[in-house]
Design a protein around this ligand. Sequence first.
Ligand SMILES: [Zn+2]
Length: 154
Amino acid sequence: MTTEDPDITAFITTALDFLAGIARPATGGSWSAPEIPALAPGGYPRWRVDIVMGELQSPQGIADCLVSHADAEHIAAWDPPRVFEHINAMRRVLARHVPYDDYTFGPRCRVCASGDAYSNGVAVMEPWPCPTVRELAAPYAGAPGFKAEWRIEP
Ligand SMILES: [Zn+2]
């Protein structure tokens, strides 16, 4: 690998672009998950995921969802603005961690120190891709293009 090989950076950028492409056309605003008091068949409480600007509609009317409270809260918590906050935070982290070529040890991260030091006291940087960047790629390990060497061992 050379410092010109942006494989993992391009891989993560593609994954984040994919998520942004899903969130962008979704309705913005703050979503909430109010409980509908009546029990659905089977005795489960009914929850509806709403947005402040109006109710989420389906061709059959209001999109009532027979989901658990936990599911409704999860959906409401991941509204598009929140998704974009996460995507943008990941992009900022990715932008800080870039490789440089250490002629002795090969590509290294400009930010992450390994904890070791050269005899002159200068920190040895983590091999590229560094653990931070590999962690950013980890949620997409099942996507095409993910390389086994990027996997972080627990
Ligand atoms: Zn790093």
